[in-house]
Design a protein. Structure first.
Lengths: 476, 107
């Protein structure tokens, strides 16, 4: 698309119009978008098209990008897929969004998610479920299911998502696209509606590693508005991908156990064979604390969520409920009870329990200690290998409705992505094959702040994998 | 927790309806009887699954509150522009004289 725009084969307006047409034709069935800003997007194309012949236009200039609806876009709806924020328009842009605007990207719309980013299927959206682009009876994954689906069908070439325990990587795997979560702290969380503050990160979804890297590089870097954003700058993430010969990967034995679906294991083995065929080494390693990671994650994440979601009380924004004569407490309770969906309430209850007196030590504090041990597992592993490869998910995309009534089963779909989140590590999911006709994702995890190595390896691995997710672009 | 004193680390299956209602009250959520019963079961199932945590050897391990290892993230105390009052009130469900208006605190 960059070449097309720079070579004047088409204008940004034409490019965006083509994508809007694609959205119009596909999205009533797919349900990837919650809001499409056609007028704003087309208006923004003028700024690109009015410029003279481009010498070196920035990579995203004139390109349509979608944004997950838990990321604030000033004056545009930002609902977090919740009834509580229905109609809410933030007065400010998230830092990631303002950086995209500065880079000349065209913000085309907001994508569907599980409510407040809590979920692994997009079924927890208060508005509608998004469908898996390959099999409409199945889920696209979550919580960034809308972004993953939109990229997979070519409604947009790339999109922003957010990842707390796997919410970019898992839907990327289910939809057959690339999903990239940076090191915790690489991308400012200012304007990302907080779910779990020590885990949340904004990242990118795209059809190949190069595009995912371009999008990440555009939004990453220090930000005075986020005290948890790393102060070190993001290095350049460009490059061609160096040869795999001599590169050393680790495959944790704990990820290849009974929980792993046979078809996924098969696709993973073929991917590993491809890496080894190109001269890479994949050796078995151990991450001993893996089994406890999902428990630690769900205690920490829900505890932090219960605190973060306390701000949704109907005072300053949101759909307020309650008869004023019943008083302030009734307003809080009715606003929250009417506004939050079942999964959100479940997690608030779990998190509040974990933090309450008498339970705190055995639950939340314990989980934080386990988190330290998990970090050490990874630290030790990276002494011996450059990067870790795993299946991204234990299964392929499951059917709509399959796991809704069984929260534990739903939580288990995150078992391979959660450990990397707890350790704050950068990780990417690439499509590596299929099982039962559905995409399978390969996850690569690198050490903290090691994005250049992660993306270099990801490019090289992508080049040798048995499948390349080559969705035709809208303009060929 | 509930009105009787509960020892810390009580088994999740001991979670009573009263416990769930107390947690809900802390979280400012209103639950009906059906919700309470469902959540009681779900919580028990979820927490029973978390027994893996107890298996991890964590003697002398410091808890991780955040992974960034940031020591000092303050800045000098100089005023910077913030949200204007109009912007802050723009999404207000109810406002009066430039302030958010809410129901009275009762009792």
């Amino acid at each position: 698309m960059r070449q097309g725009l720079d070579g004047r084969r088409f204008s940004s307006r034409e490019l965006v119009e083509a994508h809007l047409a694609r959205i119009a034709s596909l999205d009533s069935d797919l349900g990837a978008f919650l809001h499409v800003d056609a007028d704003g997007a087309l208006q923004a194309t003028d700024a690109h098209d009015v410029k003279g012949p481009a010498d070196a236009a920035p990579p995203l200039a004139g390109i349509p990008i979608a944004v997950k609806d838990n990321i604030c876009t000033a004056g545009q709806p930002t609902t977090c897929a919740s009834r509580l924020l229905e109609g809410y328009r933030p007065p400010y842009d998230a830092t990631a969004v303002s950086r995209l605007r500065q880079a000349g990207a065209i913000l085309i719309g907001k994508t569907n998610l599980d409510e407040f980013a809590m979920g692994s299927s997009c079924e927890n959206s208060a508005f509608h479920a998004t469908r898996n682009p390959i099999d409409a009876r199945r889920v696209p994954g979550g919580s960034s299911g809308g972004s993953a689906a939109a990229v997979a069908v070519g409604e947009v070439p790339a999109a922003l998502g957010s990842d707390t325990g796997g919410s970019i990587r898992q839907p990327a795997a289910f939809c057959g696209v690339v999903g990239l979560k940076p090191t915790y702290g690489r991308v400012s969380r200012y304007g990302l509606v907080a779910f779990a503050s020590s885990l949340d990160q904004i990242g990118s979804l795209a059809r190949d590693v190069d595009d995912a890297a371009i999008l990440l590089e555009a939004i990453a870097g220090p930000d005075p508005n986020d005290a948890t954003a790393a102060t070190r700058p993001m290095p350049s993430l460009g490059g061609a991908g160096t040869a795999l010969a001599g590169r050393v990967f680790g495959l944790p034995r704990e990820y290849m156990g009974a929980d792993l679906d046979e078809g996924v294991a098969g696709a993973l083995s073929r991917a590993v064979a491809a890496i080894e065929g190109a001269g890479g080494t994949v050796r078995e390693i151990s991450l001993p604390t893996t089994a406890a990671a999902i428990s630690a994650y769900y205690l920490i994440a829900t505890a932090e969520a219960s605190s973060n979601l306390a701000r949704f009380d109907g005072v300053r924004f949101g759909q307020r409920r309650g008869d004023p004569d019943e008083g302030l407490l009734a307003m809080y309770e009715q606003t929250r009870s009417a506004g939050f969906g079942t999964e959100v309430k479940r997690r608030i209850i779990l998190g509040t329990y974990a933090l309450s007196a008498g339970y705190h030590d055995a639950t939340y504090l314990r989980a934080q200690k386990v988190r330290t041990v998990i970090r050490k597992d990874f630290h030790d592993a990276f002494e011996a290998v450059e990067a870790i490869v795993t299946p991204t998910t234990p299964t392929v995309a499951f059917r709509l409705g399959d796991k809704v009534a069984d929260p534990v089963s739903m939580y288990m779909s995150d078992i391979f992505t959660v450990p990397g989140s707890l350790a704050g590590l950068p990780a990417v999911s690439l499509p590596c094959g299929t099982s039962e006709g559905l995409p399978v994702g390969l996850q690569i995890i690198a050490d903290r702040f090691d994005e250049p190595r992660l993306l270099d390896l990801a490019r090289s691995v992508e080049a040798v994998l048995p499948v390349r997710n080559g969705q035709p672009g809208v303009n060929g | 927790m509930s009105t009787g004193s509960k020892p810390s680390g009580a088994a999740p299956s001991d979670l009573t309806a009263a416990d769930v209602l107390q947690i809900a009250r802390l979280a400012r959520l209103r639950l009906d009887e059906e919700d309470v019963e469902r959540l009681r079961h779900e919580m028990a199932a979820i927490l029973a699954h978390f027994t893996a945590l107890a298996q991890v050897v964590a003697e002398g391990v410091r808890p991780t509150a955040q992974v960034l290892d940031v020591e000092e993230s303050g800045r000098g105390d100089t005023a910077r522009p913030g949200l204007s009052r109009d912007d802050a009130l723009a999404a207000a469900p109810d406002q009066d004289a430039g302030q958010f208006r809410v129901p009275r605190v009762l009792g």
